[in-house]
Write a protein that binds this ligand. Structure first.
Ligand code: B12
Length: 245
């Protein structure tokens, strides 16, 4: 019988060496905290995984990917690199019906297909701090977007994809609660303000002392507006691969 344990092991085997983290959840846990318009339309015990990119993804996946592709042909190089690895991971499960949803995918009405931060929280991957985690909050009518903080990477990561195994039920999967690594009220206020008002300086990423962070090169890449990134990569020239793609 196919179990979530075997699938998780195989997925991690495919993606962790490439600098990704994989965390399982049941679709029902995700739907359970969201308004119906955001629901994923699968039975509640359907098996799904959220995939994060760790700081090492840049070296372990992105650079080898660049070395094997013509820069000119890449629309958004990071997105295409992530899609490449999700496709390879999916191909390891030819007998399963898997839907891959990416962070940048929107419905025709511009609503995101999946809320990555909620998926990260319900899977236990990273705590999603929202304004309701600061009660009472000091922001009045101002908008305040929430942010996920990872126990090992702080804010030095991204949430790239959700993989839904549409034909697999995972009733036996136990929910792991995310680690509340920013427990103090003042720290939460600082975190949310840094994320909303000063995200460009990256301070929100240092909400805790991270085990691994982006390199200077990677920080510069992500700080560069997407339209300028191709120019930057060309400037850096041919980057030698550090691992086979
Ligand atoms: C649209 C978008 C934006 C928009 C709007 C932001 C927003 N949050 O609405 C804009 C352009 C402003 C933006 C900006 C940024 N973004 Co942005 N953005 C997104 C995107 C594509 C969708 C977010 C969205 O529309 N959410 C819809 C709203 C309604 O969701 P929500 O506020 O979470 O509300 C739900 C929860 O509250 C939930 N809920 C209710 N109760 C409870 C209880 C619990 C326990 C839980 C878990 C949930 C829950 O229910 C609500 C819906 O019903 C996501 C990727 C994705 N697909 O998720 C990235 C994403 C959120 N962005 C991200 C980032 C990093 C940024 C920027 C720093 C820029 C950047 N890319 O580097 C800035 C920072 C914000 C700023 N200062 O401007 C990261 C956040 C990573 C993290 N650590 O959390 C994401 C996840 C992208 C990624 N690939 O990692 N972004």
């Amino acid at each position: 019988m196919v179990t979530h344990v075997g699938i998780l092991e195989k997925l991690r085997g495919a993606l962790e060496p490439r600098g990704f983290e994989v965390h399982p959840f049941q679709v029902g846990w995700y739907n359970g905290v969201l308004e119906p318009v955001f629901h994923l339309t699968y039975p509640p015990d359907t098996l799904a995984f959220v995939v994060l990119s760790a700081p090492s993804m840049f070296e372990k996946s992105f650079k080898p990917f660049l070395a094997q592709h013509e820069l000119q042909s890449l629309r958004d190089p990071i997105d295409q690199c992530v899609a490449h690895h999700m496709t390879l991971a999916k191909e390891r499960f030819p007998l399963h019906n898997i839907e891959v949803l990416y962070d940048y995918e929107l419905h025709p009405n511009r609503r995101p297909k999946v809320l990555m931060q909620t998926a990260a929280h319900v899977s236990g991957a990273a705590y999603y701090y929202m304004r309701k985690d600061v009660e009472p909050d000091p922001w009045g009518k101002r908008k305040m977007y929430g942010v996920c903080i990872h126990p090992r990477f702080g804010g030095w990561f991204a949430i790239r994809a959700v993989l839904v195994f549409a034909d697999v039920r995972a009733a036996g999967l136990e929910q792991t609660l995310p680690i509340d690594c920013v427990p103090g009220r003042e720290e939460r206020i600082r975190l949310l303000e840094n994320f909303n008002y000063n995200w460009r300086d990256g301070k929100y990423r240092d909400a805790l002392p991270a085990e691994e962070k982006y390199s200077t090169e990677q920080t510069l890449y992500f700080a560069t507006p997407p339209a300028e990134r191709l120019k930057l990569l060309k400037l850096w020239g041919q980057i030698p691969p550090t691992a086979p793609c």
